[in-house]
Design a protein around this ligand. Structure first.
Ligand SMILES: *Cc1c(COP(=O)(O)O)cnc(C)c1O
Ligand code: SF4
Length: 359
């Protein structure tokens, strides 16, 4: 289970759960009486109760014990805007399956472990993972807007990797003193779960590092709460001198509604290159039809497919696994029906390798 602790880019999230809607108790926003942004209210009102999730989707009582058992291992979190894209009464809905806890999560499977990527060995400073040449990953916010059941960070010790502002300065020193770094990747959790004030603070420091050229964000927020892409975000994003790449995370075409298309268009208009990464998930997107429809729909939203990840062997997610042989067949099938630029790279992350490994 994700532990929460004081973090630079987390406080507003905790605040938003308890703060009155008029924002009067907020100490973190520039205008003391300004209401919190709409997306923060949506984040605060996300569904966190497995029984409520089952009820809202009209699932039979049979699903409830499994949902409760999985929730005890990794808490449920589903924003309303994402729920609205699911088909009520359909336990096989591909969006629901990404967020509905199942009893299977309690099953042990050989090779499925808490830290499958051995990231603990690559954290030279708090909140920083430096595994690949030229780019570092910054754990910008421990929170996510949605808790995906297959997430390789479902057991991540965020409490140990959530630096305070003072500690952030030390983490930034690692970037300042390594001229081989040209790209900073804001990751998490979800970096856009942090407030725009905090993100602007961080980006200001990053762009002051002369050898950094690119800013990348790995985020699911524009997908699960499209209202996250608001004027305050576009202000700092559009203003930075750094080249911007935003890698969203979409696994199924049904995730892309008009609001997502609009959010992507605004990010693009602010100068960002948009890419998508998906995880290959049994029962959710493991067919040529589903993956081809996803690529086509992504392109309609102005997003290019980047990676199709093989599942990381994280404890509790074995039931999502698609064997490598089947995965290769699926991508071969995609090549027959799609232009090359809509075929994602099938990769696996292998601990100790200097890049993602193509399959
Ligand atoms: C995936 C990943 C990256 C980014 O890899 P790209 O191949 O450039 O997309 C960077 N750092 C870490 C630790 C990663 O896991
Ligand atoms: S949004 Fe990403 S980091 Fe957050 S739970 Fe989902 S897969 Fe994990």
């Amino acid at each position: 289970m994700i532990t929460r602790s004081p973090a630079l880019l987390q406080r507003h999230d905790e605040d938003s759960k308890t703060r009155p809607v008029d924002g009067s108790a907020s100490s973190d926003e520039a205008e003391p009486l300004a209401p919190p942004p709409a997306w923060q209210a949506q984040l605060a009102s996300a569904i966190r109760d497995p029984a409520e999730l089952c009820r809202r989707l009209g699932l039979s009582e049979a699903w409830r014990p499994g949902a409760e058992a999985g929730h005890a291992l990794f808490e449920v979190r589903v924003p309303e805007a994402f729920l609205a894209r699911m088909r009520p009464g359909d336990p096989t809905d591909p969006l629901l399956r990404q967020v509905l806890p199942l009893g299977e999560e309690a099953l042990a499977a050989p090779g499925y472990v808490a830290d499958p990527l051995e990231e603990a060995a690559h954290t030279p400073a708090r909140g920083l993972i430096h595994k690949y040449a030229g780019r570092v990953l910054l754990i910008t916010s421990p929170a996510c807007a949605v808790n995906c059941r297959y997430c390789f960070r479902r057991h991540f010790p965020y409490g140990d990797n959530s630096p305070s502002r003072a500690q952030w300065e030390q983490t930034l020193d690692h970037l300042r003193t390594d001229p081989t770094l040209i790209e900073a990747i804001l990751s998490g959790g979800d970096p856009l779960a942090a407030s725009d004030r905090q993100l602007a603070w961080l980006v200001e420091r990053l762009e002051a590092i002369p050898h950094l050229r690119r800013l990348r964000l790995h985020t699911r927020l524009p997908v699960v709460i499209p209202d996250r892409v608001d004027d305050a975000l576009l202000d700092w994003l559009g203003a930075t001198r750094l080249q911007k790449v935003i890698v969203v995370h979409i696994n199924h075409a049904n995730e892309i509604d008009d609001a997502v298309i609009k959010a992507c268009a605004r990010l693009k208009a602010a100068g960002a290159t948009l890419l998508n990464q998906s995880v290959l998930l049994r029962g959710i997107n493991d067919s040529v039809d589903a993956l081809a429809a996803l690529s086509e729909r992504l392109f309609e939203a102005g997003v290019l497919p980047y990676y199709l990840h093989q599942l990381d062997p994280v404890a509790g997610a074995a039931h999502f696994d698609v064997p490598d042989f089947d995965a290769r067949e699926l991508v071969a099938g995609l090549r027959e029906v799609l232009p090359g630029f809509l075929v994602p790279k099938l990769v696996r992350e292998i601990p100790g390798e200097g890049s993602k490994t193509p399959l």
